[in-house]
Design a protein around this ligand. Structure first.
Ligand code: PEP
Ligand code: MG
Length: 561
């Protein structure tokens, strides 16, 4: 069989190539079929409680071994295991005559239905909830927990959808790559893998059919997994890796096109550990600091002092380099317990982002005050932007508040089509704009970004999305407002050329993507980028746009893509 036929295709979410044996993540343990009713439901409830407690302790113990974002995810999952509602639901099932393991499964299933109905962030936590359930079932049955087995050698970890609890503790030295059949571009697996520099492919077709122990070649850039590739394929992969490494070694310094047009290359970060890691790299600062990531597991609003302290820790490593801070983007897929306005039918279209700040100006004011204190303390070049801006009034309201707090540079994210279409008015009084292509794709194509199955519609190469990027750039040019991109699109080297050709002046992405984007820019002049952008806008489909732009890019780069 040709290598091509043995290639499984998915979405590359963390760059790099790897070659190694498959390790399959064990499926969850199930309650025994027809498990006998608990003779003493009260005593069984004590057992179930102990099982949940041991799961919570295990997760907390793992949280203690990892860093910020990973630790927060594990801590939040441990909270689920201690959820009183979950235990109570299990108790009801025990009283109704179910055995302990079955009662846990029934309770978890009920919560899964509720989480799925809530959608957005909750729907994405379903994997965590199921993981908690499976671990509790294993604990109550006294069998080993499901999940990644202990790795004896460097391996490619293959799973249906890796739970954050598993991703967070993966040993970088033993995990060559991650492949999942589920997940999406913005799932926890994707975010954590990119943060750790582990090549990853999600939504990989027939991933679970990969035989344990078989050798596979994973390409996190192309999104392919090739089973037992021939010697020539492996040699080619190694050559490609080497070519890529040596090409990237020769790429350093500020981002610019071959004719010297500057394009700032910036990092997306979410916490202090990200800031420290990014600051140590060859990049020009931060283009998106997602502040809500700091507080995902906080049960009460962080105080002024707490916020000022953590912001100063994030700013300090960057010295004079810019740090673009996004105010809390709470709601929808990222609810914050202390900023909850109650359930909504369609959270992604609800009171999220700046809309939530408008209803809770107290939260925004404390955050802006804390940012001002941290800015003064560190002398950092801090620029503040708002998420989910739709109208000129919202933009003006935000800019006024930012400036009232003594923060001189105010911007908006353009991630709602209305803001893109009316950018000349929305940006009139702003110092900068940053296009969030993840949400812009979601809202332009009316496709939930958490739905892996809609990934074609969510592709930022969609011509309609590119039209809106162009419209935003036109508004930026008309008002003299610099426009950047901080969604996932910025990290695609070919698409980066299109964005620059459309008029984007900064690109912010996972730091691991910067060298490739820098290299692609350095091999094309601004007029070439503009020509490639015209080709992209002229295409009828996302696939045609990509293919035709690839034909226009210089051969040396297309070889590496
Ligand atoms: C975006 O929407 O593109 C973006 C950068 O913000 P987030 O992914 O945090 O919604
Ligand atoms: Mg967004």
């Amino acid at each position: 069989m040709a290598d091509e036929e043995r290639t499984h295709r998915g979405i590359g979410v963390s760059p790099g190539c790897a070659y190694g044996p498959v390790v399959l993540v064990s499926p969850p343990v199930r309650a025994p079929e027809g498990e006998a009713a608990a003779a003493d439901p009260q005593q069984a409830l004590t057992q179930v409680k102990a099982a949940f407690e041991s799961v919570a302790r295990d997760l907390e113990e793992r949280a203690g071994r990892v860093e910020d974002t990973a630790a927060e995810i594990l801590t939040a999952t441990a909270l689920m295991a201690r959820d009183k509602g979950l235990l109570k639901a299990a108790g009801t099932h025990l009283d109704e005559g179910e055995g302990p393991a079955t009662a846990i499964e029934s309770a978890v299933s009920e919560f899964v239905v509720q989480f799925e109905a809530l959608g957005g962030y909750f729907a994405e936590r379903v994997a965590d909830l199921r993981d908690v359930g499976a671990r509790a079932v294993a604990a109550v049955l006294g069998v080993p927990a499901p999940g990644v087995p202990d790795l004896a050698e460097p391996s490619v970890v293959v799973a249906q959808d890796l739970a954050p609890a598993e991703t967070a503790v993966l040993d970088r030295t033993l995990v060559l790559a991650i492949v999942t059949s589920g997940g999406g571009r913005t799932s926890h697996t994707a975010i954590l893998a990119a943060q750790r520099g582990i090549p990853a492919v999600v939504q990989c077709d027939r991933a679970l059919e990969l035989p344990v122990g078989a050798l596979v070649a994973v390409d996190g850039d192309l999104g392919t997994v090739t089973l037992e590739p021939g010697e020539a394929f492996v040699a080619d992969l190694a050559v490609r890796n080497e070519r890529r490494t040596s090409a990237l070694d020769g790429s350093f310094g500020p981002g610019r096109t071959s004719d010297g047009h500057a394009v700032a290359l910036l990092a997306n970060i979410g916490d202090v550990a990200d800031a420290e890691a990014a600051a140590a790299q060859d990049l020009e600062g931060v283009g998106l600091f997602r502040t809500e990531f700091l507080f995902l597991s906080a049960t009460s609003a962080p105080t002024l002092d707490e916020q000022a302290e953590v912001y100063a820790q994030v700013f300090a490593p960057f010295g004079r380099r810019r740090v673009v801070v996004r105010t809390l983007d709470a709601g929808a897929d990222k609810p914050l317990a202390f900023a909850d306005l109650g359930p909504e039918e369609n959270p992604a279209l609800g009171r999220r982002g700046l809309r939530l700040s408008a209803e809770r100006p107290d939260l925004l004011d404390v955050q802006l005050q804390a940012l001002a204190i941290a800015t003064r303390e560190t002398g950092a070049d801090v620029r503040v932007m708002a998420p989910m801006v739709a109208t000129a009034e919202e933009a003006d309201w935000f800019a006024r508040r930012v400036r009232e707090h003594g923060l001189p540079t105010a911007g908006v994210m353009v991630e709602v089509p209305a803001a893109a279409l009316r950018s000349r008015h929305v940006l009139a009084d702003m110092d900068f704009a940053s296009i969030g292509t993840n949400d812009l794709s979601q809202y332009t194509m009316a496709a939930d970004r958490m739905q892996g199955a809609l990934s074609e519609l969510l592709d930022p190469w969609q011509p309609a999305v590119l039209d809106l990027v162009a419209a935003t750039c036109a508004g930026g040019a008309a008002t003299g407002t610099p426009v950047g991109v901080c969604g996932e699109a910025a990290g695609d080297p070919l698409l980066a050329l299109v964005l620059v050709g459309l008029g984007v002046s900064s690109l912010s992405m996972a730091p691991s993507r910067i060298p490739m984007v820098r290299l692609a820019l350095s091999r094309h002049s601004l007029p070439e980028c503009q020509r490639i952008a015209t080709v992209a806008l002229g295409a009828r489909t996302a696939a045609a746009a990509r293919t035709r732009c690839l034909e226009q890019a210089v051969v040396e780069i297309t070889d590496l893509l």
